[in-house]
Design a protein around this ligand. Structure first.
Ligand SMILES: *Cc1c(COP(=O)(O)O)cnc(C)c1O
Length: 430
């Protein structure tokens, strides 16, 4: 089912990219548990290696099960192609890889997943890359941060740890004016709540570990290309516009047009970085993605109820959920995220750090884990876990101060989730 652009989201999340298995007629996508693929003959092998024919060589590069997932996510996001990889963090490195080089920088939002802040502020320096963090609500600051060495702007749509949503269109306009791509991490929103490409993004990255899989079983990542960026409009992206020495001088943009970035991601990115998604992981994510819209509807409905209940509770100082009228981002949600503000938010407990630790210990339905986007409700005290490597200033900027817990509201009965919070808050603030 590849030429079906007019089907609705609910149909595409089940069918896009998949077709009955040509060998057996198997209706569900088989797990192609194989490392290599037999060439028809020597000419076929040569054509595959020359990228003159699309096919399978070796599973570090491509695999039929993973390919179905790639096409499914690309379709749901409205992109021309996608490359899956081993984790969300791998997807971020893979997304930047064709764009960056020593001395180049990415302008990134201060409101990012804690692990991404660490990856961008520390680890990428080993490659000679750097990140400049800015408040993406301050468009003048974003503009001022973009310099001649900037190769991308990076933000999250619905930001982790929650309570903030980005005006993607405004950032896309700035990136366009500077001749650089906007990369949006759409993990927390999923294409059901937000399609960044429709709002002007060039690239979308995902941790498929979260809502796309939705059952907490496997890690994975994905990079989706809008296919709309002109890599040859300036000389900033030689890996795509000029002869690529890592592929015997192939000019990716000239040869593959709108698919240049996707082909580069497979032929160079996966080939040489090796951050490949395995077919088992693709299988679990394909299972999960079939129910994405149903789950996201319930996630949002529950989050809305739980956030409103917490906000009215005297044991809670404040709730940062962009779906509440009290949020400074409420109007932006109505405009840019009309299906809801996701299911991830933070709240501050009266009693600070100590009370947060007691709350986390007393909860029964909620699991205390460093994860989000599971069918189960999850909680974490960010300051003592995911955001622990950050400075106090970075913690505050990311909305993860010591008195704050982050919740990922699951799809259980809302009344049970609320009752669990009620009994645990009683113990935490006794
Ligand atoms: C989890 C997460 C990541 C990292 O993904 P992994 O699959 O854990 O590597 C990146 N961005 C966001 C928003 C996330 O929630």
């Amino acid at each position: 089912m590849s030429d079906t652009p007019n089907y609705g989201f609910d149909t595409l999340q089940i069918h896009a990219g998949a077709r009955p298995d040509p060998a057996t007629g198997a209706r569900q996508t088989p797990i192609y548990q194989t490392t290599a693929y037999v060439f028809r003959d020597a000419d076929h092998a040569a054509a595959l290696f020359n990228l003159q024919e699309v096919g399978y060589i070796y599973s570090r590069l491509t695999n039929p099960t993973v390919a179905v997932l790639q096409e499914r996510i690309a379709t749901l996001e409205g992109g021309v192609g996608a490359v899956c990889c081993s984790s969300g963090h791998a997807a971020q490195i893979m997304a930047l890889f064709p764009l960056m080089g020593p001395g180049r920088n990415v302008v990134a939002s201060t409101r990012l997943y804690g692990g991404t802040v660490t990856q961008f502020s520390q680890t990428i320096k080993r490659f000679g890359w750097s990140a400049k963090f800015v408040d993406t609500d301050d468009l003048e600051a974003v503009k001022a941060a973009i310099d001649e060495n900037t190769r991308a702007v990076f933000c999250e749509s619905i930001a982790n740890p929650g309570g903030y949503v980005t005006d993607i269109r405004a950032l896309a306009d700035l990136a366009d004016a500077a001749g650089i791509p906007l990369i949006v991490d759409n993990t927390s929103a999923t294409p059901y709540l937000c399609r960044p490409i429709e709002q002007g993004a060039t690239l979308v990255v995902h941790s498929t570990t979260k809502y796309l899989t939705g059952n907490g079983t496997v890690t994975g990542g994905c990079i989706v290309d809008s296919g709309r960026f002109d890599w040859s409009a300036n000389d900033k992206f030689p890996s795509l516009s000029a002869p690529e020495p890592a592929y015997h001088g192939l000019k990716f943009h000239e040869t593959f047009g709108s698919l240049a970035y996707t082909f580069h991601g497979i032929a160079i990115g996966l080939r040489d970085l090796g951050m490949t998604m395995n077919p088992q992981a693709a299988h679990y994510t394909l299972m999960g993605i079939e129910t994405l819209s149903l789950r996201m509807q319930r996630h949002v409905e529950n989050a809305q109820k739980v956030a409103a209940w917490l906000e009215a509770d005297p044991r809670v100082d404040y709730v940062t959920y962009a779906g509440l009228p009290s949020s400074p981002y409420y109007d932006r949600v109505q405009k840019c995220y009309p299906k809801g503000a996701g299911a991830l938010f933070t709240f501050a407990v009266k009693g600070g750090y100590e009370a947060c630790v007691k709350l986390v210990n007393a909860l029964e339905i909620f699991s205390h884990v460093a994860n989000l986007g599971d069918a189960r409700s999850l909680i974490i005290h960010s300051a003592s876990t995911t955001h622990r490597q950050l400075s106090p200033e970075q913690q505050e900027a990311a909305g993860a101060g010591p008195n704050v817990v982050r919740v990922s509201i699951g799809i259980e009965d809302a009344a049970d989730i609320i009752a669990d919070l009620d009994q645990a808050l009683a113990k935490a603030t006794a």
